[in-house]
Design a protein around this ligand. Structure first.
Ligand SMILES: Cc1cc2nc3c(=O)[nH]c(=O)nc-3n(C[C@H](O)[C@H](O)[C@H](O)COP(=O)(O)OP(=O)(O)OC[C@H]3O[C@@H](n4cnc5c(N)ncnc54)[C@H](O)[C@@H]3O)c2cc1C
Length: 529
């Protein structure tokens, strides 16, 4: 096939338009084009009066060699083969089936590949199935008490289930694993456009269905799930794992344990630390969420002519504070909601989510400031967790158990807001006006103010007085890294740290990719069961 890059077409173009463009750039006749596939579509919004789609397509044509020879250029090349290759099985005997702790993206994709390859994995998930989890999370957002076992962080599907389901990742993977992840999401119900959109997203409403379909497929292929099953302890024989223990006292023999526990499994981090499993502090970032009318962002990104012709616009903003800290937008949710994403009693953390339609009236994003181990005030590997807990505890107190909110102008004046302006929040969970300066350290608040004011020079109206802030955004990535060697093994043989919680991923797709890597490692070592 021939791959064509930089194929520019108007917004609203039809399949016929794409076909005609391919025929034109390859200088062929209509009947020479057999078929084409969209590899990538992105939006070029640099010229606001002429916003275009940029396509990458693969075209199957008659007389391919001759056509390519005549049309070859930097944008017209032979299409590369980018298939994911299933790993070859090893020769060692498995004494027990692989045990995976956590049914987030890392655990699910690890289980999926192991099940597909005949290793019948057992997945232990402390939270409940996505169906009952959805009810519990909605009830919590409507004022019911927090369920510390099943919430926005814990339960089938992991942290990303109540999210915007953005699938773009900075990770580069030469083995085609990212494609494998996207194809798997599409196979289980995600819209096929995720396979070619430059910034694919699923949306929480669709993601839940995908998770259930994936679970059922894993079970059909011999895998097993135990929900409401929290691993609370680990049994070692010298420097090798022998079993895991669950909260209800069950001991499960396990030769290989994949630790896909996510960034909020603080009690599990604590137990592993007590057992001297090697781990270290890891830098991350904290801050607030900010809301603006989505229209303001659409106008800034697309201009008047196109703002109603394109999907809800996103943005990516970065700055550096006067004390040399990175300040940046993170997990931006177009047409989304700010959510109460807490998982611990007396603690309050926020995050963002959108439905597939991205049709709420507001755009929201975390604005976060980089924090580093020296900010944690102790050398303990879990000092970053305590740093998060200190902020979340303050947010809980000043918010009276609800999400503390403040208008940006009042944040700058260090005064508690009394009412909203024109920006009415889209928040899932109760709220209370509070001064976020009382919750976050001064160096974070100062960096946020410098950053947001600077962003106001990038997007007109971004630093408006009545932009709505809510806090705290503290679970941006894992505060620890559980050390692993080139064979993905921790300081305990047979214990494999995986995904975001272990400090090897950030986001749904990169966590899923790490899950695939761990499954490949098990498959490379052992014969299928
Ligand atoms: C509200 C929200 C929105 C987000 N939006 C996006 C987005 O749009 N795009 C994106 O790329 N990323 C997003 N993220 C981040 C993304 O969700 C994570 O990066 C990703 O889920 C990490 O996957 P994981 O499998 O490593 O861990 P997790 O998804 O955190 O899964 C870990 C699982 O392990 C379970 N577990 C933990 N401890 C134990 C134990 N002891 N025993 C048994 N089970 C245990 C937990 O219950 C959990 O289900 C969002 C996160 C949140 C909270």
């Amino acid at each position: 096939m021939i791959r064509i890059h930089q194929l520019k077409l108007a917004i609203g173009c039809t399949e016929e338009d794409i076909k005609n463009k391919i025929i034109k750039v390859l200088k062929i006749n209509n009947n020479e084009l057999e078929e084409y596939f969209i590899v990538k579509r992105s939006i070029d919004a640099r010229k606001k009066d002429n916003i275009q789609y940029i396509y990458v397509v693969d075209a199957r044509v008659k007389n391919e060699e001759r056509v390519l020879k005549r049309a070859a250029s930097k944008d017209i090349v032979k299409a590369p083969i980018e298939a994911y290759l299933m790993p070859q099985s090893g020769q060692m005997e498995l004494k027990t089936r692989p045990v995976i702790i956590g049914a987030g993206p890392a655990g699910l994709f690890c289980a999926y590949l192991l099940a597909q390859s005949g290793y019948a994995p057992l997945v232990l998930e402390r939270g409940e199935t996505v169906e009952s989890r959805t009810k519990k999370v909605e009830a919590f957002w409507n004022g019911e008490p927090l369920d510390v076992k099943t919430n926005v962080q814990f339960g089938e599907g992991g942290a990303g289930t109540f999210s915007d389901g953005k699938l773009n990742t900075m990770v580069k993977d030469p083995k085609g694993r990212i494609r494998k992840v996207l194809e798997t999401f599409a196979e289980f119900g995600a819209p096929s456009e995720i396979l070619y959109l430059n910034k694919p997203h699923i949306g929480t409403d669709v993601l839940k269905t995908v998770v259930v379909n994936m679970r059922n497929a894993i079970i059909e292929m011999g895998g097993e799930f135990k929900f409401g099953c929290q691993v609370t302890d680990f049994v070692f024989d010298g420097d090798r794992i022998r079993a895991v223990k669950t909260a209800d006292g069950e001991e499960i023999a396990a030769q290989n344990v994949i630790l896909a526990i996510g960034h909020s499994a603080r009690d599990t981090f604590r137990r592993l630390h007590e057992l001297d499993v090697d781990m270290q502090q890891k830098a991350f970032a904290v801050g607030v969420r900010i809301e603006h009318p989505q229209e303001l962002i659409n106008f800034a990104q697309y201009g008047e002519k196109f703002m109603d012709k394109l999907p809800a616009a996103d943005y990516k903003l970065t700055a550096r504070s006067s004390d040399e800290r990175g300040v940046y937008s993170f997990c931006m949710c177009p047409g989304g909601y700010v959510v109460n994403a807490s998982s611990e009693e007396g603690m309050l953390a926020v995050n963002g989510m959108s439905y597939h339609a991205r049709d709420s009236r507001n755009a929201n994003s975390a604005i976060i400031v980089a924090v580093r181990p020296e900010d944690f005030g102790s050398a303990d590997a879990l000092a970053g967790v305590e740093f998060q807990r200190k902020l979340e505890g303050a947010a809980y107190r000043y918010g009276g158990g609800s999400i503390p909110v403040q208008l940006y102008g009042d944040f700058k004046r260090r005064s508690v807001s009394t009412d909203y302006g024109d920006v009415l929040p889209c928040i899932k969970g109760g709220t209370k006006f509070a001064d976020l300066n009382d919750i976050l350290p001064d160096y974070i608040c100062n960096a946020l103010k410098e950053g947001i004011d600077y962003f106001g020079t990038r997007i007109e109206g971004y630093s408006r007085y009545d932009a709505v802030l809510s806090g705290v955004e503290s679970r941006t990535s894992s505060p620890v890294r559980i050390c692993r060697d080139d064979g993905f093994e921790s300081s305990i043989k047979g214990l494999f740290p995986c995904g975001e919680g272990a400090g090897y991923a950030g986001g749904i797709t990169s966590a899923a990719v790490d899950g695939l890597k761990l499954a490949e490692e098990i498959i490379r070592r052992y014969k299928p069961l």
